[in-house]
Design a protein around this ligand. Structure first.
Ligand SMILES: Nc1ncnc2c1ncn2[C@@H]1O[C@H](COP(=O)(O)OP(=O)(O)OP(=O)(O)O)[C@@H](O)[C@H]1O
Length: 539
C-alpha cells in the first residue's frame, strides 16, 4: 500500500535513505507475505509521518534552513528565518522576508540581518597576532602608532606595507574601516624620512614628494590630520588643498613652503597644476584614495589631466635613484564592475600588485543590519523612535542619518530642530565656509547626530558612530556598502547597527538583492570586479 500510494519504489527508498538513513538492503522487520503472493510492508506510524513531512517539504520546494543556534536572518514571520550555520546554495531559491514588500499591506514589516561575528574579519586573530614591530617601519612611527593606541596591524596593513616599501605599484581593495589610510601613509612617511635622512632628497627642493588624491574636502582634512601625526617626528610638512575657494587661496598654499605631502581634491589640484603653482618632477608617491569615485565620470577626466603631469614607474627599480619615477597606489573599498576598465584606460594595470581582501563587496558579518518597510510620512517618527531607543538601551552614541538629496537633509534638519534634537547637517550644496568644520565637530563629539548626503559616506572615519540610519534607502549597492561601512570600523564600538527605511518599489528591489546576498553570503550583484586579474594597458 505504501509503495503504491507513494509511487515508484526506488524514489521512496532513496528518499528514506537520504532523509533518515533507512537501510533497505537490511531485512525489513515489518514485511509480511499474504496468501496471494502480495508483499505488504507496514511502516511504523512515526516513520510514515516523517516521510509525509519530507514529501510535503520537497513538494513545495521548501528548504529547511533553520537549525538550532543563532539566526542570520530574523524575520517577523519565523518561517522565513535563516540560521547563521546555513548558507543558501547557488541554485536554491529563498523565500525572502522582503517578498511582497512592494504591496502596501507589508507596511510595518521588518527583518534583520544579524551580526554573526563579534569581531571584524580584518582584525587579525589573537593567536600569532603580529605586531607593527614585525613590519619594517622605523621606531619613531612605531611610537606614533603607540600614542594613537594602535598596536596590531589589520590584515590589509600586513599585506600592503611591505609591498609598498619594496617599490611596487599597488591596487589595494579592502572593506570599509579596515585601516587603508595607515596602510599607505606608514610606508610613504617611512620612505620620505629615509630619503631625507640619507640625503637622497635635495633639501629645499621646491617640489612635492607625495600626492594623496581624495574626493572631498572633509576626507582631505582627515587624511592630512593622520599624516601630520605621523610626520611630526621627522619635520615633514603636510598640507591640504580643496575646492570651493578661489585661485588666490590655492596660490597662497604653495607660495611659501612646498609640502612634502599634499592631500588634495582633484579639481583644486588640476587648477594648481594648470597655474603652475607646483611641480611634480620629484614626486615619489601618487596615491588615489576612494578609487571608484575618482575614476567615475565626474572625476575621471580631471584625473587623466593630473596623470599627464606625473611619471609613474612601471617596476620597483624605476622608483630608486635621482631620476626616479613615482609609485602609484590606488586604494578603495568598492570596485564595481566597470571600474577596472576605466582604470586600465588611464594606467598600466599590468604593473600593479593587487591586494584584495577576502571580504571585499560582501556584507559585513560583524554589523547588525535592520530593514523596515515604512510609509514615507512615518519615517520621521521611526527615526525619532530609533534615536530614543539608542538613548534608552545603549546610553546614547553618535548617529549618522543618510538622505539621498541635499533638500531632504535641509528639510529633515528643520523637522529635527522642531523636535528638539540637536544635530549637524552636511551636504554638497552648502557654502564652503558653512561646510568647513562640520564633520570635525561631529567627529569630536560636539553634537551626536549628523544628517548628511553621501558626502558623509565616503572614507570619513566615524569610529564613534553606533547607529547608521538610511532615512532614504541608498540608490546603489556601492552607496549601501559605504554608508553601512561608517560603523564596525577598526578601533570602534562593536554593538553597532544599520537601520534602513524601505519605502519605494525600487528600494524593495535593492533590499531583496541585499537579502539574497546575505542568505547566500555572496557579493552584492554587479559588484564582481575585474581587479583580480589586472590587464596590461592596451597600446
Ligand atoms: N591596526 C589598527 N588597529 C586599530 N585601529 C586601527 C588600525 N588601523 C587603523 N585603525 C583605525 O581604524 C579607523 C578606520 O581607518 P581608516 O579610515 O583608514 O579605514 P579605511 O579602510 O580607509 O575606511 P574607508 O574605506 O571607510 O575609507 C581609524 O580610526 C583608524 O585610526
Amino acid at each position: 500500500w505504501f509503495i503504491q500510494h507513494l509511487g515508484r519504489t526506488t524514489d521512496v527508498e532513496s528518499m528514506l535513505t537520504a532523509a533518515y538513513n533507512v537501510n533497505f538492503s537490511a531485512p525489513v522487520r515489518f514485511c509480511q507475505t499474504v496468501g496471494d503472493d502480495t508483499t505488504v510492508i507496514r511502516v511504523p506510524r512515526n516513520l510514515q509521518k516523517r516521510v509525509d513531512t519530507v514529501k510535503q517539504t520537497l513538494g513545495k520546494n521548501k528548504i529547511s534552513n533553520i537549525k538550532a543556534g543563532k539566526l542570520l536572518i530574523q524575520s517577523r514571520n519565523p518561517s522565513r528565518n535563516q540560521s547563521a550555520g546555513y548558507v543558501l546554495g547557488k541554485f536554491e531559491q529563498p523565500t525572502l522576508c522582503s517578498k511582497g514588500w512592494k504591496h502596501n499591506k507589508s507596511i510595518g514589516d521588518h527583518f534583520t540581518i544579524n551580526n554573526v561575528t563579534a569581531v571584524a574579519p580584518f582584525i587579525v586573530k589573537a593567536v600569532d597576532q603580529p605586531s607593527f614591530k614585525n613590519l619594517p617601519i622605523c621606531k619613531e612611527l612605531l611610537e606614533a602608532l603607540h600614542n594613537m593606541d594602535i598596536t596590531h596591524p589589520t590584515t590589509v596593513q600586513l599585506e600592503c606595507i611591505p609591498k609598498i616599501l619594496k617599490g611596487h605599484n599597488i591596487l589595494c581593495a579592502a572593506e570599509t574601516g579596515s585601516g587603508k589610510t595607515l596602510s599607505y601613509l606608514l610606508p610613504v612617511v617611512h620612505r620620505l624620512q629615509a630619503d631625507k635622512s640619507c640625503g637622497t632628497h635635495a633639501e629645499g627642493a621646491n617640489s612635492i614628494r607625495t600626492i594623496v588624491l581624495v574626493p572631498s574636502r572633509e576626507l582631505a582634512e582627515q587624511v592630512a590630520a593622520v599624516s601630520r601625526t605621523l610626520c611630526s617626528p621627522f619635520g615633514l610638512l603636510t598640507k591640504t588643498v580643496g575646492g570651493g575657494r578661489g585661485v588666490g587661496h590655492i596660490k597662497g598654499i604653495f607660495r611659501r613652503n612646498q609640502p612634502d605631502i599634499l592631500v588634495a581634491t582633484p579639481g583644486a589640484l588640476a587648477k594648481a597644476l594648470r597655474r603652475r603653482c607646483l611641480y611634480l618632477s620629484h614626486l615619489k608617491f601618487f596615491v588615489v584614495d576612494e578609487a571608484d569615485t575618482m575614476f567615475d565620470h565626474s572625476f575621471s577626466h580631471m584625473l587623466e589631466d593630473i596623470l599627464h603631469y606625473t611619471h609613474i614607474s612601471s617596476n620597483p627599480r624605476e622608483t630608486r635613484g635621482l631620476d626616479h619615477k613615482a609609485q602609484l597606489l590606488v586604494v578603495g573599498a568598492t570596485f564595481p564592475g566597470g571600474v577596472g576598465d576605466v582604470l586600465s584606460r588611464v594606467m598600466d594595470l599590468g604593473s600593479m600588485v593587487v591586494v584584495k581582501s577576502k571580504m571585499l563587496h560582501l556584507l559585513m558579518p560583524h554589523v547588525k543590519q535592520m530593514f523596515l518597510k515604512v510609509k514615507g510620512a512615518d519615517k520621521i517618527l521611526e527615526l525619532q523612535q530609533a534615536l530614543k531607543q539608542l538613548q534608552q538601551e545603549k546610553g546614547g552614541g553618535a548617529v549618522l542619518v543618510f538622505c539621498n538629496k541635499s533638500a531632504t537633509v535641509n528639510w529633515l534638519g528643520y523637522m529635527l530642530e522642531e523636535m528638539g534634537v540637536q544635530h549637524l547637517r552636511l551636504q554638497g550644496e552648502m557654502p564652503a565656509a558653512v561646510r568647513a568644520g562640520v564633520f570635525l565637530s561631529f567627529q569630536k563629539g560636539v553634537v551626536d547626530v549628523l544628517v548628511c548626503t553621501d558626502i558623509g559616506s565616503r572614507g570619513l572615519d566615524t569610529s564613534k558612530v553606533r547607529l547608521v540610519v538610511n532615512y532614504d534607502c541608498p540608490e546603489s549597492y556601492t552607496d549601501y556598502i559605504h554608508r553601512a561601512g561608517r560603523v564596525g570600523r577598526a578601533g570602534g564600538p562593536t554593538d553597532v547597527e544599520v537601520l534602513s527605511f524601505v519605502c519605494h518599489p525600487w528600494d524593495v528591489e535593492l533590499v531583496q538583492k541585499i537579502e539574497t546576498a546575505a542568505r547566500r553570503r555572496s557579493c552584492l550583484p554587479g559588484m564582481k570586479s575585474v581587479i583580480s586579474q589586472p590587464k596590461p594597458k592596451e597600446m
